[in-house]
Design a protein around this ligand. Structure first.
Ligand SMILES: [Zn+2]
Length: 197
């Protein structure tokens, strides 16, 4: 921290202590001795024109914004917590899974914490974001009323209608990684108000 050297941060993901996501470069900008932790900065040094890392960092910046930098960490942590399964249907195909935010990350409380996340397959992620599928604070799946009465093919029947009233099939084993019930409550309110509109 004193020498302002760039570091590689090996961010632990999931319960397996040997699995890490490397993030480079990061800088330590402050120490919080009471919490026995350091504040890591991912971006600020990028803005120092005389830094010897300037060129490498410029290239790095072109691909990654601050926002995007958080996404792979969030995704790895959420998928690990759900053992790479969709919370709703238990689909286990990593390439078809997303780390969904319960409260979107462009909102104030849309923090990149596992408890604001849900591992969802592409279908259930889009359905959740569009208030077609809601999740109660008690982890029960609700499907929008009009969708329940719609006639359609097997994706509609098995992919959506089938899950009405079902408990989430996959939730993290450790309680602090489970979906935060207050955040779910807020997202569920949004689902309910979309019903009446
Ligand atoms: Zn699913």
């Amino acid at each position: 921290m004193e020498q302002q050297k760039p570091l590689i941060w090996f961010q632990g993901v999931g319960s397996d202590p040997s699995v890490f996501l490397p993030i480079f470069p990061v800088f330590l900008i402050n120490e919080e001795p009471m919490q026995r932790q350091f504040v890591v900065d991912l971006v600020d040094k990028f803005e120092q024109p005389d830094s010897p890392l300037e060129e490498a960092i410029k290239r790095y910046r072109q691909v990654l914004t601050r926002q995007r930098l958080h996404q792979p960490i969030f995704r790895s942590m959420v998928l690990a917590a759900y053992q790479s399964r969709c919370a709703v249907c238990s689909l286990k195909q990593a390439s078809l899974l997303d780390a969904a935010h319960i409260i979107p990350d462009n909102e104030a409380d849309g923090i990149a914490s596992v408890s604001n996340g849900l591992a969802l397959c592409k279908l259930h992620h889009a359905a959740f974001d569009n208030q077609i599928l809601g999740i109660t604070p008690d982890y029960v799946v609700r499907i929008r009323e009009e969708i329940l009465h719609e006639a359609g093919g097997s994706m509609l029947r098995f992919g959506l209608q089938n899950y009405e009233g079902q408990k989430l099939l996959t939730i993290p084993k450790s309680t602090h990684k489970r979906p935060d019930q207050q955040l779910l409550h807020r997202a569920y309110e949004k689902f309910l108000s979309a019903q009446s509109s």
